[in-house]
Design a binder for this molecule. Structure first.
Ligand SMILES: [Zn+2]
Length: 59
């Protein structure tokens, strides 16, 4: 889905106005799986990857 915006996902997954780092990591982990409009910021990529790996096989 690289480059494609999942507008429905964005409508239902608003980033909080002042997100904590944890909220941003969770948002980007879900976002990267659902939408390809932009990449994960470099400053968060390690945490997002770890979260994805920890949740990858739960469903
Ligand atoms: Zn997106």
């Amino acid at each position: 889905m690289k480059g494609k915006v999942n507008a429905d996902w964005h409508r239902t997954h608003r980033m909080p106005g002042r997100p904590t780092r944890e909220q941003r990591v969770e948002w980007h982990a879900e976002h990267s799986a659902a939408c390809g409009c932009r990449g994960v910021p470099a400053s968060l990529s390690a945490d997002v990857k770890a979260l994805e790996e920890s949740t990858a096989r739960t469903n």
